[in-house]
Ligand binder design. Structure first.
Ligand SMILES: [Zn+2]
Length: 244
């Protein structure tokens, strides 16, 4: 079979033996794929720096059974600056794990890649608050996956005065319809979550949400995200690092 050329981002990189790695690549046109990178751990390998974790590159790969074998990779963006702090790196690794969780083999992943690349760029360059960008990213991931609840109105009566989020049912609720087990949501947090759920990516990236409201949103959505999307290990690790 002829080699395939595709742009993609390395969402996960797992060591196999002394020199090889199995990469999980989110490819624009092939979706989530496994790519065997033979000898990639050697510094002499010509794709060593372009097929590393979180790198966005043009990959030339050949199908082999259920997986692909790496032939070449040309780096487009390394996001190297994310490695300057453990907090940023942990958040980036978590973002990549969420992107991986909502991608599937054979299904185009252009939206996921656009969201991930932009978010990593904003995170790397400090263009958006650390907590604010996480809340935005989580909401946009839910949107891409099709699990995003209606954040703008009460799921029971339609009132726009939302005051609770039921993480088990995935429902926003108003003061009157709030039920046991649902988390209270402040007005600022409800507004911020509504803004991110209803806006285009460009507007969401450039909006400045207050850190308190974003942190509250992250806590409120945690259970729902864990149940419907995953990336629990990476989320717990990030939360440990930042003391959440
Ligand atoms: Zn209601």
């Amino acid at each position: 079979m002829d080699p395939i050329k595709t742009m993609g981002i390395v969402a996960r990189a797992r060591s196999v033996g002394e020199n090889d790695m199995m990469l999980t690549v989110i490819s624009e046109n092939l979706g989530r794929i496994s790519v065997w990178a033979k000898g990639i751990k050697s510094l002499k390998h010509k794709a060593h720096a372009s097929a590393a974790h979180l790198c966005y590159s043009e990959f030339i790969i050949k199908p082999k059974g259920d997986i692909y074998v790496l032939s070449e990779a040309a780096l487009s963006e390394s996001f190297y600056g994310l490695r300057n702090s453990l907090e940023s790196l942990s958040e980036a690794v978590y973002f990549a794990a969420l992107a991986e969780a909502v991608s599937a083999e054979g299904i185009e992943a252009k939206d996921v890649i656009k969201l991930l690349l932009n978010s990593l760029h904003y995170l790397e360059h400090g263009k958006k608050d650390f907590f604010d960008i996480r809340l935005m990213y989580e909401i946009k991931i839910l949107e891409i996956s099709g699990f995003l609840p209606d954040m703008g109105s009460c799921a029971k009566c339609g009132s726009e005065n939302t005051a609770y989020f039921d993480g088990a049912a995935g429902e926003m609720l108003c003061e009157n319809c709030g039920r046991q087990g649902a988390s209270g949501v402040s007005e600022d947090c409800a507004k911020l979550m509504k803004m991110y759920s209803s806006s285009q990516l460009k507007d969401a990236l450039n909006f400045r949400g207050a850190r308190d409201a974003a942190t509250e949103g992250i806590c409120v959505l945690q259970r729902f995200l864990a149940e419907h999307i995953g990336a629990v290990k990476e989320r717990n690790y990030l939360n440990n690092i930042i003391g959440m």
